[in-house]
Structures are given as structure tokens and as C-alpha cells.
Design a protein around this ligand. Structure first.
Ligand SMILES: [Zn+2]
Length: 214
């Protein structure tokens, strides 16, 4: 999560993820408002060359492909990615605490919002993984890792953290490569290590992988 200019002190506190579950218990409307504002800001964002390159890689990849992202925005989808898991949830979904179904949700959320599945009022919360809650779709991720032949870990140190754990589940014959946004922050254990801004390095890497497929 990145802090935005104009965030109040309280909002900055919420960006410390450990604060969210307690804040939600104490003042759920205020937490809803915080995520409503983040959801609205998505419309002003556009997919980058890195998002588009990953969608291009998925389209050209000859075998199964799965993109696991730590991002909660919808920029990968808008760039064209289809086989995609949001490990920590999605800003454009809500979940019912009564029936546990998740639903697409582009509007503001408050306690007059009604669950589309069970029609309960006031039990919808952001479909995001908060501190102390397990990441999503881990079974599907474990299954993909067990048959993985090419494992790429891309991102900032915070995003690489879950990926480094995934590395241990990749078969020994798989190609493994890490691309870190910060030089010197690449974790150990990968066959290939690179560093640099994702905006430049991800499209370069994808072009190289696509050339290797030709
Ligand atoms: Zn429900």
C-alpha cells in the first residue's frame, strides 16, 4: 500500500495493516470510508507497460500460466491478464460476513449495503486480507507451484516476501528468476537475479522470454 498525498493522520495509521482489524471493530464506517476513497481513486489509475507486458506473456505462454499478485487494484485485469490471483484480496470486491460470498463492487460501501447473495443488510466488508487473516486461494497456488517450470518473482521487497516462500514449492528442474525493484534487495535461492524499476525491467524480461519461445 502506498500513502497518498492528503491522507489524514488517521488514514496513514490505517495503512499500517495491523491497525485495520481493530479500527474496523471500533469504527467500521470510518474504515469503509477509507476503502471507498481508495476504490474511487482506482478510476484515475492506468495499467503501465509492466502490467501490459505480463498480459502479453500470458497470451503467448504455451503452457499453464498463473499470475499471483499482492496488489488489490484491477490494473492487471485492465491490461488483459486473465489467469490471476489477488493474494491479499481486491478493492473492487466485497465479502459478506454472514454468508461469506464475495461479490464485484464498484460503488461506495456502507451499512445500508445489501448482500446480493443472502440479502442481509450491513454485513458487507472490503474483500481484502487484513492483518491476521490468511492469504486467498492458497490451494490453487500450491497446485500451480507443484507443476511450475518457470517461476518469476517480481516486485518490491514487500511483494517478494510471499514469493520467496513459494520458491520452496517449485520443482528443482524449474527455471527461477527474481527481479527486485531495489538493487541489492534480491533474495537468495533463485537461479537468476536482476534488479531495477519494474516499469523498465518487466517489459525487457518479457521480451526476452517471448524471444526464447520463438
Ligand atoms: Zn450474504
Amino acid at each position: 500500500m502506498a500513502a497518498h498525498e492528503g491522507d489524514s493522520f488517521w488514514e496513514r495509521q490505517l495503512l499500517e495493516e495491523a491497525a485495520v482489524p481493530m479500527a474496523y471493530r471500533q469504527d467500521p464506517l470510518r474504515v469503509q470510508g477509507f476503502y471507498n476513497a481508495r476504490r474511487r481513486r482506482l478510476a484515475a489509475l492506468e495499467p503501465t507497460a509492466a502490467h501490459r507486458a505480463l498480459a502479453q506473456l500470458e497470451a503467448a505462454w504455451p503452457g499453464d500460466f498463473l499470475l499471483v499478485t499482492a496488489n488489490a487494484d484491477d490494473l492487471h485485469e485492465r491490461a488483459g491478464s486473465r489467469a490471476l490471483i489477488h493474494l491479499f484480496g481486491e478493492l473492487l470486491k466485497v465479502r459478506c460476513t454472514e454468508c461469506h460470498h464475495a461479490h464485484p463492487w464498484a460503488e461506495d460501501l456502507d451499512f445500508s449495503s445489501c448482500c446480493p447473495s443472502c440479502a442481509t443488510l450491513g454485513q458487507l466488508r472490503p474483500h481484502l486480507v487484513w492483518y491476521g487473516e490468511p492469504p486467498l486461494e492458497m490451494e490453487r497456488i500450491h497446485a500451480a507451484l507443484a507443476q511450475c517450470t518457470c517461476f518469476l518473482a517480481l516486485g518490491t521487497p514487500g511483494h517478494l516476501h510471499p514469493a520467496v516462500g513459494f520458491l520452496e514449492e517449485v520443482p528443482p528442474f524449474a527455471r527461477t528468476l527474481v527481479l527486485s525493484a531495489e538493487p541489492g534487495a534480491e533474495p537468495d535461492g533463485f537461479q537468476e537475479r536482476r534488479a531495477g524499476p519494474a516499469l523498465l525491467r518487466v517489459p525487457e524480461l518479457v521480451a526476452e522470454l517471448l524471444a526464447g519461445l520463438a
